[in-house]
Design a protein around this ligand. Structure first.
Ligand code: ARG
Length: 460
């Protein structure tokens, strides 16, 4: 089959070269965007009298019929035509004859592919915002059911201070909110049109780039044609936002794995989100959060991969840049699959409130409050810390928790202790005493829930 660029060549392309340089196996995912971009381009060509209205109409209907065939899966793409752009152009010429060859007037595959990628990521970004919101909604629903659920909060994975389970879940709500903000912000840079940059230097034809931007609903056009065809930083930005989001997903997943272990027993994932063992009949494995945790790795890989492709690359277009696609598609698929699973998994997880509560009574996570008690009685915090440390050591030696230490024993450490210490040390009191803005006290958590609710409802 003859090549669209065959004129300058006297030999057939080596078969291995053909396969090695082709991107059609993966960039066929851009077929829809490629046609949308071409429809706008051809309309502008006619409006600027670069081609006739009649030719433009023929090309448009040819493109539309191809679009239909592609969406029905009725077209096979060929390696001989290298990529999605030339496959579509070839089909167009087959469909409507040589007039199809006018479509590529005033444009290059370099500005064309960049435009396709902008269109593609623009749509994905909107979808990801919605998918993240579904995860946030699931976290928020669980938080609403667990405002009074107390569990130990950890630092260094050592029990630190009792917290509300809602508070812990909402921490992720805010992380995902920032991921969404990053996606919203990236739209500014995604929504800039490269088309019209030509191969790198612009075009000799009197095109109207603003008109194409209008037709494709871009906010603006790239100001510099070299930048337009060389820039892939909008993809790097997406890959980095996706990596940050996956980091959040992996941290939450890790907690789900830990919490559902027998050692913790804080939650139980729904049977429909777990798998069994082929040998050990008792097993119920948290495969889904484990894979979410692991899949984060490939999103980092895709980010580093593209950064490395771009590093040191001279302007303008280089074939290296074709390597921007597979990693991007992979990250899109990974993030999409992860978010789609995470939301229902959170929604259906069972919370073992008793086990969490028991954990809080069987630890020393109320020690800070013992020290704070002495401070309210006038002792400098540093001294109060020292005394409390000694009390904890004493209690550990005697196999007691702080609520079990008798008042006479307390008084041996400081005469400031009174009977009211037991009230102070009760887990509910300890949690609700942290009533500073953004703290774990029930009243603060309720405020957070109101705020979170209004964020989710804004976009309804
Ligand atoms: N398939 C190519 C890519 O994805 C399209 C641009 C080709 N441009 C060129 N000058 N060879 O990068």
């Amino acid at each position: 089959m003859s090549k669209l660029w065959g004129g300058r060549f006297t030999k057939e392309t080596n078969q291995l070269v053909e396969q090695f340089t082709a991107s059609i196996s993966f960039d066929q995912r851009l077929a829809k965007e490629d046609i949308i971009g071409s429809l706008a381009h051809v309309q502008m060509l006619a409006e600027c009298n670069i081609i006739t209205e009649e030719d433009a109409d023929t090309i448009k209907s040819g493109l539309q019929s191809l679009q239909k065939k592609i969406s029905e899966g009725a077209l096979d793409f060929h390696v001989e035509h290298e990529d999605i752009h030339m496959n579509i152009e070839k089909y167009l010429i087959d469909e409507i004859g040589p007039v199809g060859g006018k479509l590529h007037t005033g444009r290059s595959r370099n500005d064309q592919v960049a435009t396709d990628m902008h269109l593609y990521l623009r749509e994905r970004t909107v979808e990801f915002i919605e998918l993240i919101e579904a995860v946030q909604a699931a976290l928020l629903a669980q938080a609403k059911d667990n405002i009074d659920t107390i569990l130990p909060g950890y630092t260094h994975l050592q029990r630190a201070q009792p917290i509300s389970f809602a508070h812990h879940l909402l921490a992720y709500f805010w992380m995902f909110e920032r991921d969404k903000e990053r996606l919203y912000d990236s739209q500014k840079r995604i929504n800039v049109l490269p088309l019209g940059a030509g191969a790198l230097a612009g075009t000799t034809f009197p095109i109207d780039r603003d008109r194409v931007a209008d037709l494709l609903q871009f906010d603006s056009v790239y100001a510099n044609s070299i930048d337009a065809v060389s820039d892939r930083d909008f993809i790097v930005e997406f890959l980095s936002i996706a990596s940050i989001t996956m980091t959040h997903i992996s941290r939450l997943s890790e907690e789900l794995v830990i919490w559902s272990s027998q050692e913790f027993g804080f939650i139980e994932l729904d049977d429909s989100f777990c798998t069994g063992s082929s040998i050990m009949p008792q097993k119920k494995n948290p495969d889904v959060p484990e894979l979410l945790r692991a899949k984060t790795g490939r999103t980092y890989g895709n980010l580093i991969g593209l950064l490395t492709v771009l590093k040191g690359l001279p302007l303008a277009y280089n074939k290296d840049m074709q390597e921007d696609k597979e990693g991007m598609f992979d990250t899109v698929e990974t993030l999409e699959g992860s978010l789609k699973l995470l939301a229902p998994m959170i929604e259906t997880m069972m919370v073992n409130r008793q086990t969490m509560r028991k954990a809080v009574t069987e630890d020393y996570s109320n020690a800070t409050d013992l020290a704070d008690y002495l401070v309210t009685k006038g002792l400098p915090f540093r001294e109060a810390h020292e005394i409390t440390g000694r009390i904890v050591l004493y209690a550990i030696k005697n196999q007691q928790y702080l609520l079990e230490v008798r008042i006479e024993e307390y008084k041996r450490f400081s005469s400031l202790f009174e009977d009211d210490i037991y009230e102070i040390l009760a887990p509910e009191h300890v949690m609700n005493a942290r009533n500073s803005l953004g703290g774990t006290a029930t009243s603060q958590v309720k405020k957070q829930i109101v705020k979170a609710d209004s964020i989710l409802n804004q976009h309804d």
